[in-house]
Design a binder for this molecule. Structure first.
Ligand SMILES: [Zn+2]
Length: 87
């Protein structure tokens, strides 16, 4: 009977490990989805920034080569690559 108990606990440990792994996987997928959504939203707000820049304040274009992302005029760091923007 002792071996049956051991087998039960081994199966329980494997199940708990599997469920934990699955939860981590789901959390990772959720994070990725949120990141993609945020990127999409940022693209959208970038367009809005360009419209806003027509009103007065000039939009800040990222100086880093290969980026060139147009940021909000009050932004201190590039929204795409994190480059510090000089005003
Ligand atoms: Zn940039």
């Amino acid at each position: 009977m002792a071996s049956a108990t051991v087998i039960f606990w081994v199966i329980a440990a494997v199940l708990i490990g599997f469920v934990g792994f699955f939860i981590l996987l789901l959390a990772g997928a959720f994070k990725l989805l949120r990141f993609v959504l945020r990127q999409l939203l940022w693209e959208f707000s970038g367009d809005r920034t360009e419209v806003y820049s027509d009103v007065g304040a000039p939009a800040m274009k990222c100086p880093r080569a290969g980026c060139g992302h147009v940021n909000n005029s009050v932004a201190r760091y590039c929204g795409r690559c994190g480059q510090r923007l000089e005003h």
